[in-house]
Design a protein around this ligand. Structure first.
Ligand SMILES: Nc1ncnc2c1ncn2[C@@H]1O[C@H](COP(=O)(O)OP(=O)(O)OP(=O)(O)O)[C@@H](O)[C@H]1O
Length: 425
């Protein structure tokens, strides 16, 4: 007998107002609904908060501003590279200072264009050239219609030089995650535009990277044409993280955060390496968990659950693209680690025995021991597993021992999200 469509799936035409769709039913005045967030946008990572909310970066803000200051008088700015670990406020400072420079220059009658490019997303020369060109194109002034596709970087540059000459005296381009670019020629094009007579406008580049060794990878011609100032942002300590979060407390309604929530979140994020992004994400997710449970207060337990969620997410990101076989291996290593808390590492052979039992139980194909050894070495390269050579006493050969870098609980939870493994639990 054919199943009747449920009320939820058969909603077409049933509700005159789509807001009545029960799937998204939401009653603003429901007295029982948890009311956690007042301004959730303050906890979004891309959000650039106003100056009053930026904590502990005064020195860095002044230093970067000094490099851009010449544009206020219509002179060329210096190029800048900002290095630092993730979540140390590099993008924030770059965007904040650029916006203030633009406003100060404009109030002095100097027209300034600014562009932010996320090079992780736009990682080729054509994509960057297209983003920069299309964002700077003020159609009222330039009367140019720039195609979204079908032309190469050379043609985008031609448009760009024309736009720069028509519409601006200075332009600042932020290239975030610049190390993700597949070609550093773009840095050369931009930094030499005026020198090579392509555009009359002053161009400043702020490149942002969390790889300190990035500069060494640049080719000599790029380095000499950039002639940039470099800044290294240090990680935050727990006190600074606490202050950063306190300045966004109003993302939540009054009285929603219990007293220990911010200090605990700061302590957890500081343990890693002082990552403000992580702190803010944990805080937001703790709020969402409370909301989901329909309770009125965010408490320590929400923070701990949110932290675990963040770690599982990050670990999954690391495993993205790995095969189910790799997950069987990691699962087996995690079980061995849990059952033998006093041992520091496990030979390939022991992991293989456990792996055989796992694949048998899951009714999956079993790879050879040599293949498992190779996959373990691959995981060591990716930083998921640590492999050290050990043994080799008299008459014995040395061999590799493997251990998980990440907490076993996180590894288990994350691999068990794979539908082929979830029955094993
Ligand atoms: N000093 C600060 N004051 C207030 N908020 C901050 C501060 N530093 C960072 N944040 C916030 O932390 C989050 C991450 O910061 P940001 O994106 O600037 O870090 P990043 O160093 O560029 O990291 P990544 O290298 O991962 O891009 C953002 O939400 C940002 O607003």
């Amino acid at each position: 007998m054919a199943e009747e469509p449920s009320q939820l799936s058969d909603f077409d035409g049933r509700y005159e107002d789509p807001a009545d769709d029960p799937l998204f039913d939401f009653d603003e005045d429901d007295p029982d609904r948890a009311n956690i967030f007042a301004r959730k946008e303050l906890l979004k990572v891309g959000h650039v908060p106003e100056s009053g909310r930026i904590v502990g970066r005064d020195g860095e803000i002044k230093a970067v501003a000094a490099e851009l200051r010449p544009i206020v008088r219509g002179d060329p700015p210096n190029n800048v590279i900002i290095y630092g670990k993730t979540g140390t406020g590099k993008s924030l400072v770059a965007r904040h200072v650029t916006e203030r420079a633009r406003r100060a220059a404009e109030s002095n009658g100097v027209s300034v264009g600014t562009v932010y490019v996320d090079c992780a997303q736009h990682n080729t020369q054509t994509r960057v050239a297209r983003t920069v060109t299309r964002s700077l194109n003020e159609t009222d002034e330039t009367d140019l219609d720039i195609p979204r596709a079908g032309i190469g970087s050379g043609e985008y540059y031609d448009y760009l030089w024309e736009i720069l000459d028509t519409a601006y005296e200075s332009v600042i381009i932020i290239l975030d995650e610049v190390d993700r670019l597949d070609d550093d020629d773009i840095l050369m094009q931009l930094s030499r535009a005026r020198e090579s007579g392509k555009a009359d406008c002053h161009l400043g580049v702020i490149a942002v990277s969390n790889k300190i060794e990035y500069r060494d990878q640049l080719n000599e011609r790029v380095k000499s044409s950039l002639r940039e100032e470099e800044f290294v942002f240090q990680p935050y300590d727990a006190n600074q993280l606490r202050e950063i979060m306190k300045h966004r407390r109003d993302a939540f309604h009054d009285g929603v955060l219990s007293d220990d929530v911010i200090p605990l979140t700061a302590a957890l994020a500081a343990q890693e390496h002082g990552d403000a992004r992580k702190a803010i994400e944990i805080l937001r997710h703790a709020g969402e968990l409370a909301e989901r449970e329909n309770v009125d207060t965010v408490v320590e337990e929400h923070v701990r659950d949110a932290q675990e969620w963040a770690e599982i997410d990050r670990f999954e990101e690391l495993l993205r693209g790995s095969t189910t076989q790799v997950k069987f291996i990691l699962y087996s290593l995690a079980l061995l680690t849990e059952e033998n808390p006093n041992e520091d590492g496990f030979s390939t052979n022991r992991i293989y025995e456990r792996y055989q039992a796992t694949t048998e139980k899951a009714d999956a194909k079993t790879l050879s021991e040599h293949r498992v050894y190779e996959l373990l070495k691959e995981q060591a390269f990716l930083g998921v597993v640590e492999s050290t050579r050990t043994g080799g006493g008299r008459g014995e050969g040395s061999y590799l021992e493997h251990r998980l870098v990440q907490d076993t609980g996180i590894v288990l939870k994350s691999v068990l999200r794979d539908s082929r493994l979830e029955d094993l639990a």
